[in-house]
Write a protein that binds this ligand. Sequence first.
Ligand code: FMN
Ligand code: SF4
Ligand code: SF4
Length: 254
Amino acid sequence: MKRILSLFHSGVGNTKLVAERITSFLQSKKIAVKNFSVEHFYSEKINDYEFLIIGFPTYFLEASKVMNEFIASLPRYEKQKYAFIYTTCGLFSANTLYNFAGKLHEKNIHIVHSAVYRCPATDFVLIMPSFRPTLSFENNLQSHIERDLKRTFYCFKNREINPPEFKLYSLLTKPMEAVERKNTIQINNDLCTVCGKCVRNCPHKCFSKNDNGISFEIENCENCYRCIHHCPARALSLNGKTPKILFDNAFYMC
Ligand SMILES: Cc1cc2nc3c(=O)[nH]c(=O)nc-3n(C[C@H](O)[C@H](O)[C@H](O)COP(=O)(O)O)c2cc1C
Ligand code: SF4
Ligand code: SF4
């Protein structure tokens, strides 16, 4: 089998953690795999791989904008490729995987297996920090990952195509989305040390440094909340709320 490519997008760190667990497990089985964030990956390199593992967070029941834009930028491949896709979510992902599989199909990439991993909800920890069901990783995350990888390689070996199923309850979070989109990110200039981390790490270039400190432009923001969770001075907040749960602080420390 040719080498395997694992690509992920992670806003705050959950999907990155899952991607790392996937690659560690495969490497422990002596399977050659490379793992990259799509934010630091040249899409032409995909040509070298027949099998892809693609992971991304669910935002408002869709794949993250960063991942969707990355897939949109790919050509349609002449030779069929195969993929295992997964999403991380706080509660449920409804048709996130189904819709994403449709986009991959247009590129001639076909799904052999797909999975959802429940992780801390990076939005709810700010908006409703007392809503406990969304504040932790699912039980047995590691064994679920291993089970899914075994299934994936069994299906790949037999060239079985298993697109994600359509789920009827996909409209349930639409009212929540309408409320959440109104949330605004605020900068507390008294706390901000003008370290520039938010400027360097926002995937949509929403922050800029100027003579007065840092300014924020909401227009392209996709509400991933990476900036809030990883501001070292805790100077960023969502409607005045800063995170009570801290994600891996070394994440995106560039
Ligand atoms: C703006 C936003 C919207 C979200 N929408 C959903 C959702 O529709 N369903 C869900 O189950 N989780 C939702 N979540 C939770 C994330 O999917 C979950 O925390 C994910 O693991 C974050 O991954 P990351 O740390 O890699 O960014 C949302 C999170 C954010 C920030
Ligand atoms: S990451 Fe935080 S402290 Fe650093 S510049 Fe941005 S807002 Fe200021
Ligand atoms: S400004 Fe918006 S898009 Fe940029 S890191 Fe913060 S939440 Fe994400």
